[in-house]
Design a protein around this ligand. Structure first.
Ligand code: NAD
Length: 385
């Protein structure tokens, strides 16, 4: 029987068509590409497409999202896979260092981890690479003067913004919430922290699932947008105090912390969909003196009993729960196929020298957005014809 990775690869049609071209053109011949991105079925499809382009691949995952089946699949196909699933940031750091020790010519980063390690142990042949996320861009922007090389930020492509962040993250967060908790959404009060591209999708999907959604957004302009989109935008305190479910998706640290415990309703559920497990300060909350009992359930939910009798439920210890939770599916295959087609084309542009050092931490070039959008539409209409 074929496994889920084969199903994903079969449905990553953009990557399949790029692979076909790469097998002939070999844009990465003689190069090593180091990757530090979740190891799961869709990234497997991307990594194997890069391998089809002639690259030697050295790959590790992100903290707490590595799937053993993805590691085995890649290992069996000649990719050098480093590390293992871990929740330990220090251990994960050693895996990132091992990727850098291989002196990749190009880096595919997700969260800025590999470029950060490169700056601590620089070497001569790095041509540049890509960064997948908002969080990584925020980390790399201040380092522009040290990283004098093309680094294309996939997240800042309009395609990534609407196809993945806005449409797919919201769907997958709702799907993960229902799968992990098996709880109702109808009539529930959901507070979404952050009304960026991801937050807009999360808010919209919970509203479509008949929840009463409030938004807390630091930027008054986006708060106005949320208001005009029909969401309640109460004060932070009121939004926390009224919530049955709080979802953080800001890219920022300590959005919800121990100091918020007195505000939370009995039975409130806390879930993070932002990239790093820092938005909900899970360690401080779980370690609070107010917590008298902790009960962990196998589906990734932990119940914290407080001294005044209230219960608070934490999903996946504050890790990005649509990918780090149990039996994760992540975002839809097609949304990731689009984003990863951008990745493959951007890495190709770096390998071929089509983008220079002036493109350090900049969005995907327009010609690549147009190429990927046209290919997706062509494949879609060809399939429908
Ligand atoms: N779970 C997934 O599958 C997935 C996919 C893509 C991106 N992400 C991650 O989701 C996060 C958000 O991404 P985005 O593209 O929406 O970013 P964004 O920058 O477009 O939006 C983030 C918003 O959060 C707001 N914000 C920051 N701190 C806040 C706070 N303390 N309280 C309230 N609002 C606050 C900002 O003003 C901004 O409007 C990032 O960490 C990103 O890496 C997750």
């Amino acid at each position: 029987m074929n496994n889920r990775i084969d199903w994903v690869r079969r449905n990553c049609r953009l990557l399949a068509s790029i692979s076909e071209e790469f097998r002939v053109e070999q844009p990465f011949a003689g190069m090593t590409i180091g990757t530090g991105i979740h190891l799961e079925p869709k990234t497997v499809a991307l990594i194997l497409t890069l391998q089809d382009g002639g690259a030697r691949l050295v790959s590790t995952g992100n903290l707490n999202t590595t799937q053993p089946a993805a590691m085995d699949y890649l290992g069996a196909r000649g990719v050098t896979v480093i590390g293992q699933p871990t929740r330990d940031a220090a251990e994960h750091g050693t895996y990132l260092e091992k990727v850098i020790d291989e002196k990749p010519d190009i880096i595919l980063d997700n969260g800025g981890d590999l470029f950060d390690r490169f700056l601590k142990k620089p070497y001569g042949n790095l041509k540049g690479g890509t960064e997948e996320t908002t969080s990584g861009r925020m980390r790399l922007e201040p380092l522009r003067d040290e990283l004098v090389m093309p680094i294309l930020v996939i997240n800042d492509s309009p395609i990534k913004q609407f196809a993945e962040n806005e449409h797919a993250v919201g769907q997958s967060v709702l799907e993960s919430y229902m799968r992990i908790t098996n709880r109702v959404t109808n009539g529930q009060r959901v507070t979404v922290f952050g009304y960026g591209a991801c937050g807009r999708g999360v808010a919209r999907n919970f509203r479509a699932a008949n929840a009463k959604v409030s938004v807390v957004e630091a930027d008054p302009v986006k708060r106005l947008q949320a208001h005009l989109d029909g969401y309640d935008t109460p004060s932070r305190e009121r939004a926390i105090a009224s919530a049955d479910l709080i979802v953080t998706v800001t890219g920022n640290g300590r959005v919800i912390g121990e100091a918020d415990l007195p505000l939370l309703r009995d039975g409130a559920i806390l879930a993070n969909a932002g990239h790093f497990p820092v938005e909900i300060d899970a360690a401080a909350i779980a370690g609070s003196n107010a917590v008298t009992e902790r009960v962990a359930y196998e589906d990734g939910v932990e119940t914290l009993r407080l001294e005044d009798g209230r219960a608070i439920h934490l999903i996946s210890e504050g890790h990005m729960f649509n990918l780090a939770g149990p039996r994760p599916l992540g975002n839809s295959i097609e949304s990731m196929d689009l984003g990863f087609a951008l990745q493959a084309r951007c890495l190709e542009a770096v390998a071929r020298g089509k983008v220079g050092a002036e493109s350090c931490v900049v969005p995907v070039p327009r010609f690549i957005d147009e190429m990927v959008a046209s290919s997706y539409l062509d494949l879609n209409y060809r399939a429908a014809a």
